[in-house]
Design a protein around this ligand. Structure first.
Ligand code: SF4
Ligand code: SF4
Length: 418
């Protein structure tokens, strides 16, 4: 049986197909701390790809409120429960880290391994099919907080970092274009494939017969069934834009619709280069490589599921750590420490989020003067007005910005009249 290496788990794991990797991998980082749940990303996606008959309940991008919200409802809780049933009490991590296991080693079972533990289950990846009811409330429990409630029904606590007593946060979700996609391995028609040029995972609409095995076995519940056509659909990573086919950038690779629409500037999307064995080619000046592999400030969503998702999250500073560790793995404390007192380089790279529609392949930083000083966690912290430049695939400047963004004050004669 094929064993593949999953760097997010720090170990080999069972996957039904042998290792085969693309040259580049589509990936993205979301900074949860900045999201305002405006749903502009959600509507940018919907108005581009899923506005037709039969797609009414199809939200390839959604933003849900954790811990109660979810689309479909309880998608993560139910998958976590399935892992627990297959391997009671075993979903634990060994913290020892190395270059091959930057966040430690996962000693529990993945959805692929769990499926083989349960007698009588024939699926490749352990999963379930959500009910129609669970698909019918895309933004249920929006802004619903968790925490102690006072006698009068109000929430009396919860304003002190590092962990609020009363809390919620927004989780932005789309297909992770996983390295080891459960949807792909589940499909009996082999209708799902991963593109060798950019790692984007697609459903061949002509081959699909609507068995819905992908809907059942994707642990993130990203494939969705369309009753009017009888086939499944999912996020296509706006691949014409990634290919540079959108006229707006004159043939240059462009970020997806949900990324470029983001009002909160929480999203950065790009491509990371892979070695033949699937490991990430060293590329420390690629902003995604820097955030994920060098600063280790962005973490995969539920790495324990085992699909090696290519969506990464900067965790919210105020949420309880055990909850975050379950969701993003054992790297949470290190990521939050890095984000709370960012290095000069990290602060500069964070400025690149949502500054251009073009994909940034590399960045350069020019030092600027000191503009601020404070104390964070008892340590002196300084801020410098550095300049950061984002370069495109050809090494040309796609964007240039500074730590202190320029402030323009509208003159009196141009005030809004309303
Ligand atoms: S998130 Fe789900 S649908 Fe997307 S590639 Fe991974 S397993 Fe497949
Ligand atoms: S557009 Fe950005 S800020 Fe608004 S909900 Fe989406 S991810 Fe959050």
């Amino acid at each position: 049986m094929p064993e593949v290496y999953n760097w997010q788990l720090g170990r080999e794991m069972y996957y039904p197909y042998p290792e085969a990797h693309p040259q580049w991998q589509f990936a993205f980082v979301f900074n949860i701390n900045r999201c305002i749940a405006c749903q502009t990303c959600t509507m940018a996606c919907k108005s581009t790809w899923t506005f037709s008959k039969g797609q009414e309940y199809m939200w390839w991008n959604n933003v849900e409120t954790k811990p109660y919200g979810g689309y479909p409802q309880w998608w993560d809780v139910r998958t976590l429960q399935l892992l627990e049933e297959a391997n009671p009490g075993g979903q634990l991590w060994t913290p020892a880290r190395s270059a091959q296991a930057p966040h430690g080693r996962y000693d529990g079972v993945t959805v692929f391994e769990a499926a083989r533990l349960l007698p009588g289950r024939e699926e490749v990846a352990l999963g379930y099919t959500p009910s129609d009811e669970e698909w019918s409330h895309p933004n249920i429990y929006e802004d619903t907080a968790m925490g102690p409630k006072g006698k009068a029904g109000e929430w009396p606590t919860g304003v002190q970092l590092p962990e609020h007593q009363t809390w919620f946060f927004y989780l932005q979700r789309l297909c992770n274009h996983c390295t080891y996609p459960a949807c792909l391995s589940a499909c009996p028609r082999k209708a799902i494939y991963k593109r060798p040029e950019d790692g984007i995972v697609l459903i061949d609409q002509a081959r699909c017969r609507g068995y819905r095995k992908c809907v059942e076995q994707c642990p993130y519940k990203r494939p969705m069934f369309r009753t009017t056509t009888g086939v499944s659909e999912k996020c296509i990573a706006c691949y014409p834009r990634i290919e540079g086919k959108d006229p707006a950038t004159g043939g240059k690779p462009m970020e997806t619709r949900c990324m470029t629409a983001c009002v909160g500037k929480i999203r950065l999307q790009g491509l990371v280069r892979l070695n033949e064995d699937g490991s990430w080619a060293e590329d420390p000046k690629n902003p995604l490589y820097y955030l994920i592999r060098v600063a280790k400030v962005a973490l995969p969503l539920y790495p324990q599921f085992g699909t090696e998702p290519n969506g990464y999250y900067i965790p919210p500073r105020w949420a309880p750590r055990p909850y975050l560790r379950q969701m993003f793995g054992p790297g949470v404390d290190e990521a939050l420490a890095a984000y709370t007192a960012p290095s000069r380089e990290l602060l500069a790279v964070l400025q690149l989020f949502r500054t251009t529609q073009r994909i940034i392949y590399r960045y350069e930083i020019t030092p600027g003067e000191k503009v601020y000083e404070t104390t964070i966690n008892g340590q002196k912290w300084e801020m410098f007005n550095d300049t950061v430049v984002g370069l495109d695939r050809e090494g040309k400047v796609a964007v240039q910005t500074r730590i202190e963004e320029p402030l323009y004050v509208r003159s009196r004669d141009r005030f809004n009249s309303i």
